[in-house]
Write a protein of this length. Sequence first.
Length: 366
Amino acid sequence: MYPELYTIQNEDRVFTPALIYYKEQIEENTRQTIRIAGGADRLWPHVKSHKMKEMIVMQIAMGIKRFKCATLSEVRMTAECGAEHILLAYLLVGPNVAAYTRLTKAFPNTRFYALADDLDQLRLLDTEAEKQHASIGYFIDVNMGMNRTGVETEKLYDFITTAGEMRALTFSGLHCYDGHVHTTDLTQRRGEVSDMVSAIAGEIDRLAACGIAVPMIIAGGSPSFPCHAANPHVFLSPGTVFLWDAGYAANYPDLPYIPAAAVMTRVISHPKTGMFTLDLGCKGIASDPAGSRGTVVGLQNAEAAFQSEEHWTYRMLPGHEAERPEIGTVFYVIPTHVCPTTALYRAALIAENREITGEWTVDARR
């Protein structure tokens, strides 16, 4: 998997394990995303994959103005970067209701939005916003079939008509995240998305007949956003596409992305004939999803044996024991899931022209 892309020239200065972001490839992945979307103004990307101000500043410079966040710290980070629109794509409960409302008032030049799938919680937010003299938009979270959060499609009409007018909140549209769409075949993936879109369109027509407009629709995740791109009336919300990872690269070969993040690691031990251990345990690379936790670039004829907190042990395949890498050998691992991998690190080292030139802090790690 592109060993010439990941090998850096000054690796002798890098303590391992280390998370490395390849800036040129991130920029190229961003350009590809803008091209697929048909323009930067259609993108509403998620920041949870990187949690970094540097990434947001770079994307704002490339024309992206809208961002999704998963936590209050991500919201603050994104607002401090000057984003024009921020959706907290996570349902507010408990003290987060008042905390988010306070946060929106601290950045008057940014338009903020909340997410809702429960009428009682929506009214609590409305009461709090009125109390704090805040003006907040809200999107209704639609359960597109993932069954994690959201209002079921067939209940949207009743939810919206029952909610009615709010005192401090403004109905801003529908949030249609289809994170359950994992179909590798592009034709089948398009069909799944088309079926979901048709169901949503029916509810929008019912609302329109009653004089209720749906101002905006935010749709899609990284695998499905190209399928939604054909609809010019929706915003698109990929997240992982800018970094990509081994999991998505294997499952969605039709998408034009190259992984732009890797974890540098070294061989630290030969515990048994035909075996070797990397200094990369589950504290250095995400342990989800089930199965392989990463692809070791350039490693052949070996398989993972087990992983613990600080160690990842491999065994050479039968007949290849003599090919075992020497202690001190450097490898680059493309995470299967880059988003939680990034959150394990304080900062990512930045590679440009095959040299480490600096670092980007994971600002909203906590």
